[in-house]
Design a protein around this ligand. Sequence first.
Ligand SMILES: [Zn+2]
Length: 214
Amino acid sequence: MTAEVNGHRLAAEDVALLGRAAVAACVPDWKRRVLQGSYSTGVAASGGTHDGGGVVDLDTGGLSPARALEWVAALRGAGYAAWWRTRAYGWGGVPHIHAVRVRCADLAPAAVRQVEAYRAGRNGLADGGRDPHPRPVVDAQYPGRPVGPGSGDTAAVMTLQRHLGVTVDGVFGPKTASAVREYIRKRPRLQNARPPYVDAVVGPVTWRSIVGHG
Ligand SMILES: [Zn+2]
């Protein structure tokens, strides 16, 4: 399912994720900043990265560098390989953020190569330079209270989702709940009742098990 945003095609999932990242980075007019969407084959400078799904260019014109970099960080936190493309970062064209949804199943081959570059700490450009931006925080401390269905702690939910391998959107919905239950079901030591009653609420012990440290 795709939607048209500012005259460009985006998957509905990207519209939702990009919306949340924009809120996190305080960029209220993100839709008007979409310069190029997905399934877009006409732009030679993009090297085929926009041919498939999960890819977007976001105009950073008028944003302070701090705001643009915060937006990059929020996009990375939402599951995108994202880089700010400006002259300082080796880009000669219109300054923008190029973002590739890492878990998108519909990426063009050139976008898949950029995800590999991102994972390898590179900038995703032809020169194969070093990634100039900070990596997203992968692990996090236990948030201090249990995280479960409907939780409003978006950052904690996103951390769990990253570690559970489900779509990272910050919403603790049915898919995240069933991933948590599945995780607990496979680990008897996390089940403290007999017969095991497996719910989808992540307390400190389960958090440490899923995320890796306390
Ligand atoms: Zn692009």
